[in-house]
Design a protein around this ligand. Structure first.
Ligand SMILES: [Zn+2]
Length: 274
């Protein structure tokens, strides 16, 4: 937030506080048991939902707000704006029936379903450039012919899913596992030759980016060597498909890199809206 507040184009940004997603909305994609479990653990003071996912008493409400921000983002697209969702916790590892890897609820999948419930949106593409495979998002959307899920991720790596042979029930999933050490050149080629045409051919009315920034070269968790300008490049090209994007945070563990990347991708969206 501070990086965006002090950037050159800060006067062009409109800041919104998110609404809270409802339990009914969460039940579109999550089991009631999972929702109740998260609620209960938080209510009793917190604990571990999985070995990577500690929660405190406030986490449930914060997760509802995080999910609500992605839904507000869809509303912004509907009125002709782009939206950058600066919310935590992230969501792409959360499965229908359990939390995983810092993720409580599947924000991107929820946003996609919410979008499809609007009359004007018939097809949604979710592109997940987080360095980890978004197992939860994929599993929730892969049997929906109106949602495409695309992920480029380091492999082998957490969470172990995301093989190329996982293509969804309608060829609506594209997984591109890449080895540690890949960087700008390789990503750009894969984006231009595979990700962009697959996305465009799906004819989406809305494009959602699960924008983890842990594929940045300075990220301490992963071994991919992207620069901020590479994320800007992918954002810019995606804006050729639709003039507005919904882009929300997932991972990203070097705060300096995160600041730089967020400002660069936001600038692309601002320029496209001039
Ligand atoms: Zn990640």
């Amino acid at each position: 937030m501070s990086a965006l507040e002090s950037c050159e184009f800060s006067h062009k940004l409109n800041w919104l506080f998110p609404r809270i997603a409802t339990e009914t909305e969460l039940e579109w994609i999550h089991t009631k048991e999972h929702i109740d479990n998260v609620k209960q653990v938080c209510k009793t003071g917190g604990g571990y939902l999985d070995p990577d996912t500690p929660v405190c008493s406030e986490s449930y409400n914060i997760a509802l707000k995080s999910a609500g921000a992605w839904l507000d983002g869809v509303n912004e697209i509907l009125v002709g704006n782009s939206a950058l969702i600066l919310s935590r916790p992230p969501g792409h590892h959360a499965e229908a029936d359990r939390s995983m890897g810092f993720c409580l609820f599947s924000n991107a999948a929820l946003a996609a379903i919410y979008a499809l419930k609007q009359n004007v949106i018939n097809k949604v593409v979710i592109f997940d450039w987080d360095v980890h495979h978004g197992n939860g998002t994929q599993h929730i959307v892969q049997s929906n012919p109106d949602i495409a899920y695309i992920s480029i991720h380091q492999f082998p790596f957490y969470p172990g899913t995301g093989s190329q042979i996982e293509k969804g029930d309608f060829n609506n999933v594209l997984n591109i596992p890449v080895p540690s050490g890949f960087g700008s050149k390789e990503y750009k080629q894969i984006f231009d030759e595979q990700i962009f045409p697959f996305s465009q051919n799906f004819s989406p009315d809305i494009l959602i980016i699960s924008a983890g920034f842990d594929a940045h070269r300075n990220d301490p968790l992963a071994g991919i060597n992207l620069e901020a300008e590479d994320f800007a490049y992918m954002t810019k090209r995606y804006l050729e498909i639709q003039p507005n994007l919904l882009l929300g945070l997932e991972g990203g563990y070097n705060l300096g890199a995160l600041e730089e990347c967020v400002v660069e991708v936001c600038e692309q969206m601002v320029q496209a809206n001039v």
